[in-house]
Design a binder for this molecule. Structure first.
Ligand code: FES
Length: 163
């Protein structure tokens, strides 16, 4: 009789333990599902991987062009203080351009397209200006949103971003 009672207690303990484990697994599954479909969280995660920090506004001297090869862009700061992030992909067939600081031009090594410091075509075959990326300035920090390219025919003054 005592053995049978002990057996029942052990059995009910195991049942309760399984019920608790099931409840914990259910709660975790709900939390994972909520995080997956929560738009705010998804947006933040996406943003964090596409937004590149370029540096402090005060550290980027006007009249410079800085390469950020990992982010696939050049960050230019012009004499008036405006910022522009230019894609380093040539608009002809997609080769990587490079900056010639002496001539103040971007040059494509593949078919010799040349772009000015704002990305305008100086010499074809490139059909249009270099694409740009959105520049964000917050709390004195310059960031570039590489989540999508801004296609441009040519440079417009409104492309520039100021601190
Ligand atoms: S890919 Fe740049 S000129 Fe052709």
């Amino acid at each position: 009789m005592k053995e049978q009672k002990e057996h029942i207690n052990r059995r009910s303990f195991i049942k309760r333990a399984w019920a608790w484990l099931g409840a914990i697994a259910f709660v975790e599954l709900m939390a994972i599902t909520f995080n997956m479909f929560s738009p705010g969280k998804r947006k933040n995660a996406a943003n964090s991987s596409f937004i590149k920090t370029a540096g402090l506004v005060d550290d980027i001297v006007p009249g410079t062009v800085l390469p950020f090869k990992n982010g696939q862009f050049y960050l230019a700061r012009y004499a008036d203080g405006g910022f522009l992030a230019l894609s380093l992909i040539c608009t002809h067939l997609g080769c990587s351009i490079s900056w010639d600081g002496q001539k103040e031009q971007f040059v494509c090594p593949c078919h010799a397209s040349v772009f000015d410091d704002k990305g305008n075509v100086l010499s074809p075959p490139a059909p249009r200006a270099l694409d740009a990326y959105k520049v964000i300035i917050e709390d004195g920090v310059v960031m570039v949103d590489t989540s999508h390219k801004i296609r441009r025919k040519r440079f417009e003054k409104s492309d520039l971003v100021y601190a």
